[in-house]
Design a protein around this ligand. Sequence first.
Ligand code: ADP
Ligand code: MG
Length: 349
Amino acid sequence: MEPPNIERLDERTVQRIAAGEVVERPASVVKELIENSLDAGATRVAVSVEAGGTEGIRIRDDGVGIPADQLEAAVAEHATSKIGKIEDLDHGVGTLGFRGEALYTVGAVSRLTVRSRPPGADAGSEITVEGGDVGDVRPAGCPEGTTVEVDGLFYNTPARKKFLKRTATEFDRVNAVVTGYALANPGVAVSLEHDGRETFATEGNGDLRSAVLAVYGREVADAMVDMEWEPGNSDTDSPVHSVTGLVSHPETTRSSREYLATYVNGRYVTAGALRDAVLDAYGGQLAPDRYPFAVLFVEVPPGDVDVNVHPRKLEVRFDEEPAVRAAVEEAVEAALLDHGLIRSTAPRG
Ligand code: ADP
Ligand code: MG
């Protein structure tokens, strides 16, 4: 056998491999782009996808926009307007993004166009990146705000493209992400369109219940009760500041856990511990393999939860997990009891 010949990968290949780590599927692109729109202070975010996002993703916002002379930086590696230096991370990041790599990585594995006009600017401009090749900045007619278009995702990484699931499955994931951000931001009008048909559109009037109505429909919205939990006065160093949101009647359920939307310090996350705590609160009152709807906001001290996780991972872990679980269970149980939706099984106190 010939000895192996170890060679350095060329820059372009390295870039595509790295991109594959961050951008796994259409839903991960949509997540990054929505976060950018929210970070830009948008009050309207319109997402539309073709074939579950595999053929096209378009997101338009009315945020601060990107001036023509910044467009190149926006799609460049590790370029961000959100943090200046590493110490900024120690003070907690107020924005959803900060790595400055989303647009760069998406541009490496698709045809990406960023078109923008900052409010008040006379004209807009756009830049296109195709498989990592950055084009020139051109003038473009466009409304105020930013539109990002992603076509042919993974056209140059066939191995990655092969991992994509059926269109319907990819769309379900996109829908879950857009729904997650829509519910976390009832003050922003968020809409989703698939193959030209509207899936939902929230009003952006700041009311969580109204957002739930838009996303899940009347039956579910009417079956949701308010939840409001704070630690007792004597519990001065509780590892949980508050638990708020909405949970559904134990008979308004689905066969999937995906309708348990959880947020920690305003971030949309998946946290098995939080979901389990919600389910425990229902006691034995859920039918087998049925899951309630929940929109659960948990506030904890910023240092107790790691948000600087890998960009692809939504899963979070808590330093004080048992206490967080207990608080969530108590909050949900109290809400259900208060509204007479479950019967007390054990003396509480
Ligand atoms: P990050 O969000 O981590 O800063 P991105 O690659 O997602 O990195 O975006 C790079 C930069 O491009 C952002 O810091 C921001 O300045 C700008 N940008 C991206 N999307 C938008 C948008 N929708 N509106 C305004 N600016 C944007
Ligand atoms: Mg970003």
